[in-house]
Design a protein around this ligand. Structure first.
Ligand SMILES: Nc1nc2c(ncn2[C@@H]2O[C@H](COP(=O)(O)OP(=O)(O)OP(=O)(O)O)[C@@H](O)[C@H]2O)c(=O)[nH]1
Ligand SMILES: [Zn+2]
Length: 339
């Protein structure tokens, strides 16, 4: 992918994306309000039926809104691009109404549990999922990382590993675990220059996700001066952090650094993948997908499949064994204990 200039990328996110033609699923009738005076906005956080949004034309203006009747039961989540009517001044006590949710480009979802079919959308329109993993304190647990990467691929969102607390441990062993998957990564630590991280975030919308205590709030505060995300204390006994952040919040990266948005999510304990299908995951591995055309019908490509073409390709030396086993590890993370 060619890197656009920071300026172009920022414009891309704030204008071009918002300007995407709105698709109307139902023809308007003269009885339906047209909302021609509605303004475009972006949902940055949700709290008990109240939506905090920023206006497209004036991202510094923060407005509180509620869903309006025409939306019915349609959900509105962080990252949604919406249209607003009513009082959009953002003045204290003012309340605007969301009358339309624009078509989502991506949807990052998780099920509470692998057996729980109820899907929860975490965020809409994200382009990148940043999986924040501490190299120590708490010890990296690849379970959640695998599951998050699988969810990202499934959603058509690019994963990025952000390895924190590099002052405490060597990143090399963890990097090696993810090398066969070709997942991009960046290494950082508290107090270090955040430029290498920022470079990966500029001009796009990224979701940050990770176990409590991995240093996500510390990172967010470094990326967005003034974000004031609460930094928790890792419990000496369990080595885990307290859940100091409570709700997902979308933050604007400083315009001086090129702009873009990050969504800080609260410490996530579980990441159910009941919705994950082997076929959708395979789409993110074009080399394996090509080989799998020789699989018998209905092959799940799991290690237990007797005639999976992926095994034949490994035997023939066409593909690295580690790549196939890493793909299978992601695939089986759906059923693995959550960690
Ligand atoms: N040694 C070391 N400690 C760090 C680093 N980054 C953060 N910490 C510490 O790790 C602890 C947890 O950091 P947070 O930023 O609150 O972690 P979090 O992931 O936001 O945790 P929650 O808010 O609970 O979700 C705090 O005591 C931080 O000071 C780092 O690079 N090195
Ligand atoms: Zn197969």
């Amino acid at each position: 992918m060619t890197r656009r200039s920071a300026r172009d990328s920022y414009d891309h996110v704030t204008q071009e994306d918002f300007d995407r033609p709105r698709r109307r699923t139902r023809p308007r009738t003269k009885d339906r309000p047209t909302y021609d005076d509605a303004v475009d906005a972006l949902v940055v956080t949700v709290d008990r039926g109240r939506y905090t949004v920023r206006l497209r034309e004036e991202p510094d203006r923060v407005v509180t809104a509620m869903k309006s009747r025409p939306l019915g039961r349609k959900g509105v989540v962080v990252g949604d691009r919406v249209r607003l009517v009513g009082d959009t001044t953002g003045d204290e006590g003012s309340l605007a109404r969301i009358v339309e949710v624009q078509e989502r480009t991506t949807v990052l979802r998780r099920t509470a549990d692998d057996d729980d079919p109820v899907e929860r959308v975490i965020v809409a329109n994200a382009e990148q999922l940043v999986v924040v993993v501490a190299l120590a304190e708490p010890e990296p647990r690849t379970g959640l990382v695998d599951r998050a990467i699988a969810a990202a691929y499934d959603a058509g969102i690019e994963p990025l590993l952000c390895l924190t607390k590099a002052d405490l441990a060597d990143p090399a062993p963890l990097v090696e675990v993810y090398r066969p998957l070709d997942v991009a990564y960046v290494v950082t630590q508290r107090g270090a220059d955040v430029a290498p991280v920022l470079e990966r975030l500029v001009g796009r919308t990224s979701v940050l996700l990770g176990h409590s205590g991995v240093g996500k709030s510390t990172l967010v505060n470094a990326l967005v001066p003034g974000a004031h995300r609460a930094v928790g204390v890792v419990n000496d006994v369990t080595g885990r952090g307290r859940h100091t952040s409570t709700s997902a919040l979308m933050l604007r990266l400083p315009e001086a650094s090129g702009g873009g948005w990050i969504v800080d999510t609260p410490g996530i304990r579980s990441f159910g993948l009941a919705h994950l299908q082997p076929q959708s995951l395979l789409r993110s591995f074009p080399d394996l997908d090509d080989l799998a055309v020789d699989c018998p019908r209905g092959c799940t490509h799991a290690a237990s499949e007797p005639e999976c073409a992926l095994d034949e390709a490994v035997a023939a030396g066409t593909v690295e064994e580690a790549r196939v086993s890493s793909y299978r590890r992601l695939l089986s993370s759906r059923d693995a204990p959550r960690g």
